[in-house]
Design a protein around this ligand. Sequence first.
Ligand code: HEM
Length: 148
Amino acid sequence: CTQQELIRESWRRVSGSPVQHGVVLFSRLFDLDPDLLPLFQYNCKQFASPQECLAAPEFLDHVRKVMLVIDAAVSHLEDLPCLEEYLCNLGKKHQAVGVKLESFSTVGESLLYMLEKCLGAAFSPDVQEAWIKLYSAVVKAMQRGWEV
Ligand code: HEM
C-alpha cells in the first residue's frame, strides 16, 4: 500500500461518523491540555467543564469543521498546495482566537489517539507514519498564518 492508500483506507473508517470520532479527539485534547477549554467561548460564555463543552451544539459544530478540514486534506492528497491559502487563513483565525502554535502538537497527539481507538489493530506503524506526515503538512500550512 502507498501512504496515500493507507490514509484513504483508514479515513473511510473514521469519516462515516465524524462528530463521534471528533469528540474522542477533543476529549483527549482536553485531558492532555485542560487550558485549551477557555479558548472555546460562544456568546462570551465560558464552559464550566470539558463535559459541558463537548455537549454544546456550537462546539460540536467546531468538531464538525475540524473533521471537514481533515476530510478536505484526505481528498486532496495529490494536490495539498491547493489548500495552502485556505489553511494559512485558518491559521490566522486561530492565532486571533488565542491558540498557540505549540497546541497543534497536542492536537496531533489527540488525532493519533482517536485513530488508534477507531482502527484498533489496523492502526499499524505505517498508517501512523502516513498520518503524521499528512497532519504535519496541514499544520505547516496553518503556521504560515502565524505572525510572530
Ligand atoms: C474556528 C478554536 C483546532 C478548524 C475556531 C474557533 C475557535 C477555534 C474558538 C471560532 C469559533 C468556531 O468556529 O467554533 C480552536 C482550538 C483548537 C482548534 C482551541 C485547538 C487547539 C482546529 C483544527 C482545525 C480547526 C486542528 C482543522 C484542522 C476550524 C475551522 C474553523 C475554526 C474550519 C472555522 C473558521 C471560519 O469561521 O472560517 N476554532 N480550533 N480548528 N476552527 Fe478551530
